[in-house]
Design a protein around this ligand. Structure first.
Ligand SMILES: *Cc1c(COP(=O)(O)O)cnc(C)c1O
Length: 351
């Protein structure tokens, strides 16, 4: 299937002139900078934050692209993945006209972002075991279906999506195919970033919020063709990634070994949680997980959820979500947190 990015793009974005910052015309680090109305004296804080950060995150992208084995021109950095999602809507979806395809149960931000941008949502449910229905997805799509969001491993179910189905959709879906890999670090599944050269309609999203333990910094990644990335860069707020975030993550990238250790520990804790949950007679189902959480089915999930809150244990209530009826989503905690959770749950179940 031939793919023409220009025909997918909203017409006014094609000719849009982006904001040029005061520093775009001079790339040197040395000089007397009287161009950006910054405070020349320094900051109110001990550390100085008085200068605007690099709008292109050049150093960070250079290091990141080595780890991810993609060209820096194929990397977009957002204030969380949520910013990338919003920018995709703004670049490609004409409000009140175009549509996107969502595959519930899935991550809630896709629909919220669609609603904020006044974009029609067409839903094609996952199967009972949370796999795609590729033919139904194509049936639901038309020439103004601009984006298909696939989440793998999926939130809230935790399973990975069959690769053949994603390939099929990459070959046949008329618009962009976003593969959200927020939980890929917890999975044995290889990333779809290796397929970028084969599929110009592919955009892969990852985040520093989960395995890297940097949720508070807000840094999300999107990997795509140079053309797609150029569009996202053109419409983003110029200084969307703070200097503090850029510097912190640049240093963090050197500690990949620590991330791998944390992932190992979290996976071991996931096994522990699963084992302990299996011992509780009232637990009906523990969905197999490739992520850092478990989707667990149990009777009266709404009540269990409330009772857990009574013990100051907060989980995610998915009981009202189609295909997740009577399910709670439990993030893997530390050993002592997991033990406290199991103990509380066992007590609630006995009542
Ligand atoms: C947590 C999560 C993200 C990450 O969002 P950030 O804005 O980067 O924190 C993205 N997608 C899914 C499916 C998630 O669960």
């Amino acid at each position: 299937m031939s793919f023409d990015l220009n025909s997918l793009l909203r017409p006014h974005i094609k000719d849009l002139k982006p904001y040029t910052s005061a520093r775009d015309e001079y790339s040197g680090k040395e000089g007397i900078f009287l161009d950006a109305n910054e405070n020349p004296l320094g900051s109110v804080t001990i550390e100085n934050f008085n200068r605007y950060p690099d709008p292109y995150q050049t150093s960070l992208k250079a290091e990141l692209s080595k780890i991810k084995e993609v060209d820096p021109k194929q990397v977009f950095l957002g204030n969380g993945s949520d910013e990338a999602i919003d920018l995709l809507f703004r670049a490609f979806c004409n409000p009140g006209k175009d549509n996107v395809i969502l595959l519930p149960p899935t991550y809630g931000m896709y629909e919220v972002s669609a609603n904020i941008n006044d974009v029609e949502v067409r839903k094609v449910s996952l199967t009972a075991d949370f796999q795609l229905q590729p033919l139904k997805i194509l049936e639901a799509a038309d020439q103004i279906s601009k984006i298909l969001f696939i989440c793998s491993p999926n939130n809230p179910s935790g399973n990975k999506v069959k690769r053949e189905d994603i390939y099929f959709l990459l070959r046949n879906f008329p618009g962009l195919v976003v593969v959200d890999e927020a939980y890929i670090d917890f999975s044995d599944e290889p990333s779809f970033t290796t397929e970028l050269k084969n599929y110009p309609n592919l955009l892969v999203m990852q985040t520093f919020s989960k395995a890297w333990g940097l949720a508070s910094l807000r840094l999300g990644m999107a990997f795509g063709s140079e053309e797609i990335i150029r569009i996202l860069n053109k419409i983003k707020p110029p200084y969307n990634i703070s200097g503090l975030t850029q510097d912190t993550v640049l240093h963090a990238l050197k500690d990949k070994g620590k991330v791998d250790l944390m992932i190992k520990e979290i996976l071991a804790e996931r096994d522990f949680l699963e084992l302990e949950l299996k011992k509780l007679p009232f637990v009906e189902k523990i969905h197999p997980s490739h992520a850092n959480f478990l989707l667990v089915k149990l009777p009266n999930a709404n009540q269990v959820y409330e009772d857990l809150i009574g013990e100051k244990i907060i989980v995610r209530n998915r009981a009202k979500v189609t295909l997740c009826e009577d399910c709670l989503r439990i993030s893997v905690g530390t050993r002592s947190e997991n033990e406290a959770f199991i103990e509380a749950l066992a007590g609630i179940g006995k009542k």
